[in-house]
Write a protein that binds this ligand. Structure first.
Ligand code: SF4
Length: 216
C-alpha cells in the first residue's frame, strides 16, 4: 500500500476534545465529498471545506511507498525524548487511505493514533481516537467513536444535531460554521451554536482556536 500525503507538520490541535494538545498532523490527499477544486464546490456533497487537500506538495508531503517510511517521518517530527505522542490523521478524508498497517507502525513508535473523518467510511481496525464530523446529506458509515463534532448550522435535515445525539460517542461538539468572507454570517453561526448549547447541555462548544491565534 502506498499513501498520498498532502503534508505532515507539528502543531497544537486547535479544536474539539484534544484542543491545545501537541500533535503531528498527517494530512492525506483527497476527499470523497469534494474534489477540492473551487469550480466543483457548488455541486459537492460537502461545500464548506476550509482545507487544501489536493496533491502532495506540502511540508513532508509526497507519495510514501510503505507504512514504515511514513511512520518514521511522523515520528521524526516529535520532540526528542518526549512521550505523550499524538498523531492526528486528517485530510481530505483519512479513511480513504489510512489502514491498520500504518496505524500499527505509528503505535509501535509510541503514538496515540487519532483521526478526523467525515464518517462516510468505516474506520480501519485499531484506531485509538475517532472524531466524526458529519457533512450535509452524506450518511454515516462510522456511527461510533470518541468525539462527534458537528459543524453548525447546516441546512440539510440529515445534518441536524438531533440525528446524532443518541449515537455512542463520548463527546458531542457543535463548531460554528466559519464563513471567512462574511463576518456577520460567522457571528450568526456562533450565536446559533451558543443558543443550541444553552438548551442542549449534551453538546459542548468547539472553537477553532488555531484560527484565533494564527497557527496551522
Ligand atoms: S469532508 Fe472534510 S475534507 Fe472533505 S470536503 Fe468536507 S470538510 Fe473538506
Amino acid at each position: 500500500m502506498s499513501y498520498q500525503v498532502k503534508e505532515i507538520y507539528l502543531t497544537l490541535q486547535g479544536e474539539g476534545a484534544q484542543t491545545g494538545r501537541l500533535a503531528v498532523f498527517l494530512r492525506f490527499a483527497g476527499c470523497n465529498l469534494w474534489t477540492g477544486r473551487e469550480k466543483d464546490r457548488a455541486s459537492a456533497l460537502c461545500r464548506f471545506c476550509d482545507t487544501d487537500f489536493i496533491g502532495t506538495d506540502g511540508r513532508h508531503g509526497g507519495k510514501y511507498g510503505d507504512a514504515e517510511k511514513l511512520a518514521e517521518t511522523v515520528n521524526a517530527l516529535w520532540p526528542e525524548d518526549q512521550n505523550h505522542k499524538l498523531v492526528v490523521c486528517t485530510g481530505g478524508e483519512p479513511f480513504l487511505q489510512l489502514d491498520s498497517t500504518l496505524i500499527k507502525a505509528m503505535q509501535a513508535r509510541g503514538f496515540t493514533v487519532a483521526a478526523e473523518t467525515n464518517g462516510t467510511l468505516p474506520a480501519p481496525e485499531g484506531m485509538d481516537w475517532i472524531c466524526v464530523s458529519p457533512k450535509g446529506q452524506s450518511p454515516l458509515a462510522q456511527t461510533s467513536g470518541h468525539e462527534l463534532k458537528l459543524v453548525y448550522p447546516q441546512n440539510e435535515q440529515e445534518a441536524q444535531p438531533e440525528n446524532f445525539a443518541h449515537l455512542p460517542f463520548q463527546h458531542f461538539f457543535l463548531q460554528p460554521l466559519d464563513q471567512p468572507d462574511h463576518f456577520q454570517a460567522s457571528q450568526n453561526n456562533l450565536k446559533a451554536c451558543l443558543d443550541y448549547c444553552r438548551t442542549h447541555p449534551q453538546w459542548r462548544l468547539s472553537l477553532q482556536t488555531h484560527k484565533m491565534i494564527g497557527i496551522d
